[in-house]
Design a protein. Sequence first.
Length: 461
Amino acid sequence: MRHLIRIEVDGMLRRFDHVVAFPSDWEFVILHGPNGVGKTKLLELVSATFNFHLDRVASIPFNSARFDFDDDAKLRVTKVISPPVQRQTRRGRLSTDHPGVNLHLELTRPRRAKIVWTWASDVSSHLYRRFLLDVAPLAPLADGRYQDLATDEVLTLSEAAQRYVHLLPPDLGPPGEEQPKELTDFLSDTKVYLIETQRLLNLPKVVTNTRSARQPPGSELPKSRVSLYSDDLTKRFREALAQNSRRSQDLDRTFPGRLLEDDPSLQVTDEEIRQKYRKQTEFRSRLAEIDVLGTPTDYIPLPERDLAAWERRVLWTYLQDAERKLETFEDLLSRVRLLQEIVNSRFKYKTIHISRDRGFVIVTDDQQQEIAPDRLSSGEQHELVLVYDLLFQVQEDTVVLIDEPEISLHVGWQRQFLYDLFEISKLTSLRFIIATHSPQIIHKWRDRTVSLVPQSEMDDE
């Protein structure tokens, strides 16, 4: 697995040069600095580059960036501004006051040919914006992306252009050019996921009031993110139960034949059988706690006497089958238990339980009254949504970029935040780049902190 180990950005916000070392054995690195030094823009640049949203890269104010990996691969992105241009279409000559942007991408790897490719936005991106906002159900967001009013999805310019290309003039070619497959394959191998913390609680809001104007009378408002994730968890339970049912049917169908097969090599002790049986009973008890298998009251203890040879054979075959059946719940159980452990250690006067049919069930500690997930405080929702996002929504071995997680977090939660990420990383193999100016989040992790304070300000200290 290739790991990103160093980021260099020159000319961020046209004035700052930043270097971020991220050793491959680190679970996280912290970017610390005051507002205005480009912490958020740096995260957006990393995300847009590796998700190949080059129109977004072009909109970020920087000169060049270099990304180094632990297999000695290097990717350089250089931004070149070109003068405004005009373009002739069937509707007449269209011009733009916006300059064009060229991005030069250069990929070098040991013992492989260098890949050099240029992406040119020229005027096409600006023409696409003009036409798309006129003819497609899109509303601009503050960060330069677009909300599809038909689906509530958030799209980049290129994604919106692909979706609504049929509404555009036929002679208005798509922005950008064909990219080398080897380059896009390399970028997709480095999975990057950006969490814009201030957007975690609800679906993105558009800049204009177009959404409310088009909202049909009597239609439901969009759900909060915490409610969406509660629904998502019930879906994951259904999928795990369906997988368990399929595997159980396959094993039960072949059980008699496998039991009757002569296996002279079977050498298993009574203690090995008892140990596996105890382990599986404990696992079933943990599944019962999250409402998967019900209360395990029907499991018969093994006799204290020595087992007969035929009993060992039957029990061992049964236990091996049971182990394969229970495997279908292992990953889900590990993630749910860590979710509960983290969230319940943060919540005050309430506890989160998990139901396979209802998802999140929150009850007060005193009167045992149930609270709807979207009635939690903003800080509690923030914590629950963030932990769920990391445990269930992000692919393993992803570099997760988190911008200002201190927003809506209590000071005590901020001090525990990196410890939570450490536990999540052990389970999911995620690596984190966190941008913050909160000393509470940094806490005892200054050795993993990269200061983005300008040198001139450091000299003044």
